[in-house]
Ligand binder design. Sequence first.
Ligand code: AMP
Length: 282
Amino acid sequence: MQILHTVADLRRWSRSARCASGNTIGLVPTMGALHAGHASLIRAARSACTHVAASLFVNPTQFGPNEDFGRYPRAFEDDCALAASEGADVLFAPPVEELYPNGPDSAFVEIPALSDRLDGASRPGHFRGVATVVTKLLLAAEPDLAFFGQKDAAQVAVLRRLVTDLRLATEIVVCPIIRDADGLALSSRNAYLTPSERVQALTLSRAVRHVESLVAQGERRAETLIDAARQVFAAERAIRIDYIALVDWATLEPVAVAAPGSLFAVAAWVGKTRLIDNTILR
Ligand code: AMP
């Protein structure tokens, strides 16, 4: 596996891969501290594409001023080992100045229709940072396919809109949420949790599963589903709900009645750690 640090090197790699007809390039953007969720994306890319690049970049512009950019887990050596063992051909790990040569605010990409919905409402500027960095990565790697996790379902909506509206040539592939055996969605931020917070954090997946079971029993009303999830959280007083929402997955607008493909999503603070979980209703 090659480790590349500059946009020019990534672009050179991608263009030389493309020289042979039939080759396809897959990109897996990450912020590192890789876990089995990231590994599943690299594996999906490996099985769909002839050439696979994963990127490792803790993107400053998607963090708010009082968020965890400074202490976000960084594990470069372990990440290299995991990406290599899952079959990535390239690991792109640029320094901040490489992606933001004129500073973080010099140029950006925004999807105004979605920017203040769900996580965008509680993390102002977050989706602008995500859209900006992913645009830079897509322009550098020029992948046929880019792989993202359903774990960040609102981010997926933003990125789908991005490639549609900017008429980019990359197809977004969404991979299922990978969970620990007890249901907790894997996240690099789970490393922040104390043992007792780790137990409380299970409330998110419990609420999601509860809503899935109500839908399976025929319940469709958003109000009822959201109330039911709120009841699950009520049992765990140490958790602060950020949002519980039933939305259209494309527009992120609230829906009154669940339909196939609706996104049920939760975000909550467990101590100082903000976690998210969701399900796409069938
Ligand atoms: P991150 O490093 O947290 O920015 O995540 C990089 C990519 O991995 C994003 O597309 C995430 O949605 C995806 N991802 C994170 N956690 C999981 C998970 N538990 N299962 C599947 N994909 C995930």
